[in-house]
Design a protein around this ligand. Structure first.
Ligand SMILES: Cc1cc2nc3c(=O)[nH]c(=O)nc-3n(C[C@H](O)[C@H](O)[C@H](O)COP(=O)(O)OP(=O)(O)OC[C@H]3O[C@@H](n4cnc5c(N)ncnc54)[C@H](O)[C@@H]3O)c2cc1C
Length: 428
């Protein structure tokens, strides 16, 4: 008997892979998602939270995951930047409010573990086209013909026309497709945790700009916040090994009383800061999604927002290919995907890099430029509105046709309408 064959296989059941699987399913593809057996993932819990912007929230709604996530998430209504660099020119405190740019909220802060389990539940819900294949991992990927052939660690094989490689920064699907990367390191690491505090956060996320990197608090439900504290790697490691009382005192001092006393602290984790970008996001039947295609430092909350836009764009490319009777894993579809993702990913990587390096630099002109930038942002409302829209992703002022349908309200209906329209126009 021949091997089973599916339209799309997704390698990696992190948040980007799950969204890609659900998105491709909404686009009309039958999807096999390679995921670890239930319970295995929880042995290495993801302690991070992700601040996700409005487009990502719309995607989660369209994928049927939001109702499970909403009770565990907190809105971000304002972002405050405090210059704590000790530079000669101390920039004024700048507060951006979502309301001034016409948004209900900048986004919502969501624990990664909640996000993954809600997306997994949506994958298993009635009507889903996603079949979850429990495996310790995909170990073989052979590409080259009209179908990709995948082999699991347990020795099971199956075929797919398209492979969504969402297998993280050390992606085997990227190497199998022969896609080279550019990588770089920063002399920094991010310490993450969540903590209780005695003063309310008032739904404000605060960024302290410090010489070693930013320290950011992001609201969680109740009087709790998540923390991303960027430091030199040895300092971050030292902070991670302090006992809770000593760590609470150090944090309280850094927060300058902003959130009052620091209470219960959850386990801490440290992530070295690095960057990666793939030379192509699609080739040889493989479309790279999430950190398999790009890794970006956790500054400005861009990483997973980009990964979810990858998933939404891939879904649209698949919908269009299926509507036109084209190969969803063929070169045309993958070139289209690559072309549509490149500007968004490149511009986010560049902005985050400049921001981060401006803090690390000891050069006075760099500090002055950053300081004047913040003064301009504080005093000039139109500039602030532009900065807000740019920070939140591609939806800003652009035409809805530039934005993947799955990022828009009622994106599933739009996706099928667009696919139907394209198939009519190509038939005509
Ligand atoms: C400190 C920190 C804070 C952050 N904060 C934010 C934020 O506020 N907002 C934001 O948008 N982003 C944020 N990010 C970025 C965000 O966390 C990442 O973009 C996101 O977690 C990446 O998801 P992913 O699904 O691409 O990769 P991963 O979560 O790494 O998932 C990859 C999956 O693939 C699986 N896998 C690997 N190899 C195989 C194989 N061979 N077979 C099968 N499965 C395989 C892995 O087990 C894993 O489950 C932050 C990052 C850090 C480090």
């Amino acid at each position: 008997m021949g091997e089973t064959s599916t339209t799309a296989a997704v390698i990696g059941a992190g948040p980007a892979g799950l969204a890609a699987a659900l998105g491709a399913g909404k686009a009309g593809a039958d999807v096999v998602l390679a995921a670890p057996p239930q319970g295995v993932a929880s042995r290495t819990p993801d302690l991070r939270t992700a601040a996700l912007f409005a487009g990502s929230i719309a995607l989660l709604k369209n994928l049927g995951a939001w109702s499970q996530i909403a009770p565990h998430s907190a809105p971000i209504l304002a972002i405050r930047i405090i210059d704590d660099t000790g530079a000669l020119l101390r920039a004024p405190e700048v507060v951006f409010t979502a309301g001034e740019a016409g948004y209900e909220a900048f986004g919502w802060n969501i624990p990664n573990a909640v996000l993954v389990s809600a997306l997994m539940a949506a994958a298993g819900a009635p009507g889903s086209r996603v079949r979850v294949l429990e495996t310790a991992g995909i170990t073989g990927l052979s590409l080259g013909g009209d179908l990709a052939r995948l082999t699991t660690q347990e020795g099971e094989s199956f075929q797919a026309r398209l492979v969504a490689g969402a297998d993280g920064r050390n992606s085997i699907s990227r190497s199998a497709a022969g896609i080279a990367t550019r990588t770089w390191q920063y002399p920094q690491a991010a310490l993450v945790t969540t903590f209780a505090h005695t003063r309310p956060h008032r739904s404000i996320s605060t960024e302290f700009h410090r010489p070693a990197g930013p320290l950011t608090t992001v609201p969680l439900p109740g009087d709790r916040s998540s923390l991303v504290w960027v430091e030199a790697p040895d300092v971050a490691k030292g902070l991670a090994t302090l006992d809770d009382t000593a760590f609470g005192n150090a944090l309280e001092e850094r927060l300058q009383g902003l959130l009052g006393g620091v209470g219960e602290i959850t386990p801490r984790a440290v992530f070295p800061l690095s960057g990666l970008t793939a030379e192509a996001f699609g080739r040889n039947r493989v479309a790279l999604v999430g950190e398999a295609g790009h890794v970006i430092p956790p500054i400005g909350a861009q990483g997973l927002n980009l990964g979810l836009r990858d998933a939404a764009t891939l879904a649209e490319c698949v919908a269009l290919a299926l509507a036109r009777g084209l190969d969803p894993g063929g070169a045309g579809t993958l070139d289209d995907y690559n072309r549509r993702r490149r500007p968004d990913v490149t511009s986010r990587i560049a902005t985050v890099d400049v921001l981060n390096r401006s803090l690390l630099s000891s050069l006075l002109p760099v500090h002055l430029a950053r300081g004047f930038g913040l003064v301009a942002l504080k005093t000039f409302a139109p500039l602030r509105r532009i900065a807000i829209r740019e920070g939140l992703g591609p939806s800003g002022d652009r035409s809805p046709d530039d934005v993947p349908a799955l990022l828009l309200a009622d994106g599933v209906r739009l996706l099928s309408e667009r696919a139907a329209a394209k198939s009519h126009s190509s038939a005509a």
